[in-house]
Design a protein around this ligand. Sequence first.
Ligand SMILES: Cc1cc2nc3c(=O)[nH]c(=O)nc-3n(C[C@H](O)[C@H](O)[C@H](O)COP(=O)(O)O)c2cc1C
Ligand code: SF4
Length: 652
Amino acid sequence: MDKKVRALFEPFTINNLELKNRLFMPAMGIATVDENGAYTDEAIAFYVTRATGGVGLIITGANGVKSLDEKKIVCTDPAPWFNPDAYIRAGLEMTEEIHDYGCKIFVQLAAGFDKLTKETLTEQIKHCQVMTTAEVRLLVESFAYSAKIVKAAGYDGVEIQSGELLDGFTLALFNQRNDCYGGDLKNRFRIVTEIIAAIKEACGSDFPVILGLAMKSYLKVEGQQALPGEEFEEQGRDLEEALAAAVMLEAAGCDGFDVVAGIDTPEKASYWKYPPVYFDKGVYLKLSEALKKVVTVPVLAAGKMADPDLAAEALEKSLLDAVGLGRPLLADPELPQKLKNDQRKDIRPCLGCNDGCLAQQIAGLEASCTVNPACNRELRYRIEAAKTPKKVVVVGAGPAGMEAARVSAVRGHQVILFEKSYGLGGKLKYSSQRILKTADPQLIHWYETQLQSLKVEIRLDEPATPEKIAAINPEILFIAQGSEARMLTFPGMDSEKVTNAIDVLTDKTFVGPRCPAIGGGLAGCEAALHLAMHRHKMIIVDSAPDILAAGIPMAPANKQMLRDLLVFYRSEIITCAQLKAVTEEGAVIEKNGQERLLPAHHVMIAVGFEPTNSLYEALKNDYSQVYNIGDSQAIKNIRAAIWAANEVARLI
Ligand SMILES: Cc1cc2nc3c(=O)[nH]c(=O)nc-3n(C[C@H](O)[C@H](O)[C@H](O)COP(=O)(O)O)c2cc1C
Ligand code: SF4
């Protein structure tokens, strides 16, 4: 093992529980449950797959200790209390298997957890005000009751999730109670200290109880989030208060802290809780470092910690005691094992897109992972060897083409991949050239490594023609030709001032200080942000009533952060407006029937993309198995492209 990362594989203890290494998976509530609130076989496979991959500790997604809806007869969230027998049966099966791999597993317990809607979250916070003292004690008892069931199911400990209803108690902003659960810090955290004590009494003092604690809310006035590095006045919990609370909670028997930040919203737009691609690595390290200085129990922290050097250095510098890998383990459950075996190049990176995991969950769909469609579907998405190896040609090395080539090669087919440009990646390679998207080049490198080791013949700088394909005579043909930037027709469209998002991102056009973006979709906004961060005065013009509204909905946390970043970098956003012309002076737009000149050195057109499907149309009847995949079939996003390619290549 690379000695740089050896520290990550040192054992440590929480309470008396020995953990084999310092890598843990933080809570991510994506695993499925049955109508009893008990984990399904698919959920068991999801967690066991992570244990097999070498992580030392898993913390399950949030389990509710009590429902807001007392009359419910079916439970669709994980809930130990709902049908204890069913929960224990599934739990025993899961924990036994997980223990076989030397991994440990805690259950995250959350108060008043239910499918959160805007109403229920506000109700939960309000609920804190109207609960009688007796009801608060019942809630404390319900934590102990659930913890007892969790222990009976073979789990090794619990994590109390201090958000949602408990935020209602612990944050002065929300808590206006006059009894012993309101007022000063001690009273506001009394409910948490009582929960710890009640669990210890029910499960024994050696049963580990840790707390997921948001060390800072990053809440500005009017409920807005503060960006990293932004100066603001904290309206929620500040670090000093969190440190004081942690000292108190350690004295009350808390066995460890799992550092997080932010306040969750029903829309799941908290970018501190679900850190998007626009964050730097090591999101919570400053917070965990401060906490390490005041408590003696273990401090755990996730938050974009997949860089092994950063993780090992954080451990060495004592910024934390265990490194959390949440989404990185969705993207690649074998990450710990690969790190141990010096196979860093084979670790599939998480993009921070929140699209395959969080956005799917919010939409009520099957949560998985953009780059790993088998995530959370391990029982159904195995890649099986093909009965008869075939000759496969893939045209286009964007995400869809690379995935189709990879899966086909894993199945044993002989694969030739054509790419007309200088490198793999398709449009991913343009966005990846920019500082904001460090994970994208890693994904391209990952595909490059996989395709090379699978002996895929990669033909770069070589456009595929019908003749070349005919000469190979493939039995399976994937066409993943991608898309072209859509153009608008307007007076001045041929002006040298006119450019597009890709030309800007690739420095094909060196734009002047003023370069309005026409189109506020993802590509336009990211290119605009790139320019705004480089001191360009940006104006984004969109014909819709809002930016980032068209296409597949973005994960709310990513959308909110991108929007906040644009505002932070002083970009002006003009909606419900159309481009009329580009003149010597700049862009002429029309809004509400009134024309306005936006003085400009360049005008960036970013109104989306159009499928390039000429090759598919030309060849679709020439081969028995021809598949048009990715953008050349329909303009979607990276997730849709990879998932579609994986699906087709896995099943044909
Ligand atoms: C899909 C998804 C579900 C999550 N569910 C929970 C949850 O149930 N409880 C919780 O405390 N945090 C939850 N989180 C936050 C994670 O525990 C973690 O703090 C966050 O993803 C940052 O770590 P990472 O960068 O390693 O993913 C969730 C995050 C994601 C992406
Ligand atoms: S869906 Fe995106 S953010 Fe979520 S784990 Fe996968 S790559 Fe990471």
